[in-house]
Design a protein around this ligand. Structure first.
Ligand SMILES: Nc1ncnc2c1ncn2[C@@H]1O[C@H](COP(=O)(O)OP(=O)(O)OP(=O)(O)O)[C@@H](O)[C@H]1O
Ligand SMILES: [Mg+2]
Length: 244
């Protein structure tokens, strides 16, 4: 589904992504790991069009999407969450997701429909699938940190993505919230056939759920392989796992 070849991105003289390679197959749950500043978020920003690469290819199916703007990439079926939750805090949980469903369905131009009546079933369905249905009338800003992050996943689901990209989905969560969220992510992949690419610092989480792990250090891909092979990789142990 997604192939990244020899990707580079510099900010002035600083090479944030400096030879990244990644392969994501349809239906796979793929993790990107690496120390702080390794270039994970920059890589995700490049895939989603928030940044444009200096060099290299980002192939979605066989099309190079490297120079396309975010809204076009979104229409091609890639949706994401951000490292810091990105929600409308003064709207209800329901409205946050409904807005996303409506924009996907391009219904925002149906001016004579009161928006409240549109996409109700789809929105409820998404809220149900992430376990937020009973909180749909709550203000998004009043949710717990964990539920805000899950709401963000629900908003991304409103885009009906084929590839969901999650930047540290469990950052700042309690151990219980982390377990619930990772179970949710696994369920979305299994039940809805979603392809999911995520980055994460919690190694227990990563090695517990990922089917393939890509390791980055200083902007470079050291290796991408199945969890067992990655764990046994000497370079990875020295570069990253060793200092835990
Ligand atoms: N817009 C920018 N301008 C200048 N430098 C940047 C910019 N964005 C990121 N960087 C730098 O690029 C490097 C990689 O950052 P990035 O956020 O991609 O790392 P990361 O792997 O996501 O780290 P973390 O695990 O802390 O989230 C960092 O040194 C960062 O300071
Ligand atoms: Mg980051």
């Amino acid at each position: 589904m997604l192939r990244i070849k020899n990707l580079h991105k510099a900010f002035d003289d600083f090479k944030a992504v400096d030879g990244a390679h990644l392969s994501v197959d349809k239906g796979q749950l793929v993790a990107v790991i690496g120390p702080n500043g390794a270039g994970k978020t920059t890589l995700f920003n490049l895939i989603c069009g928030q940044l444009q690469p200096d060099k290299g290819q980002i192939l979605l199916a066989d099309e190079d999407i490297g120079k396309l703007p975010p809204h076009v990439i979104c229409r091609k079926g890639i949706a994401r969450s951000f490292q810091i939750a990105n929600i409308f805090p003064r709207l209800s949980v329901f409205r946050n997701v409904q807005v996303s469903v409506l924009s996907q369905q391009k219904l925002s131009n149906k001016l004579f429909h009161p928006a409240a009546q549109l996409a109700v079933d789809e929105t409820n369905h998404i809220l149900d699938s992430v376990g937020l249905l009973d909180k749909k009338r709550d203000l998004a800003g009043s949710l717990s940190h964990g539920d805000k992050r899950i709401l963000e996943i629900a908003i991304a689901m409103g885009n009906e993505p084929e590839l969901l990209i999650l930047d540290e989905p469990t950052a700042g969560m309690s151990p219980e919230e982390t377990t619930t969220t990772m179970a949710l992510i696994q369920r979305l992949a299994a039940d809805q056939g979603l392809t999911i690419l995520f980055c994460e610092h919690d190694m227990e989480v990563v090695f517990g759920v990922a089917q393939s792990i890509m390791v980055m250090q200083q902007g470079k891909t050291i290796v991408q392989d199945d969890p067992l092979t990655v764990r046994q990789n000497i370079e990875v142990q020295q570069a990253y796992l060793g200092d835990e």
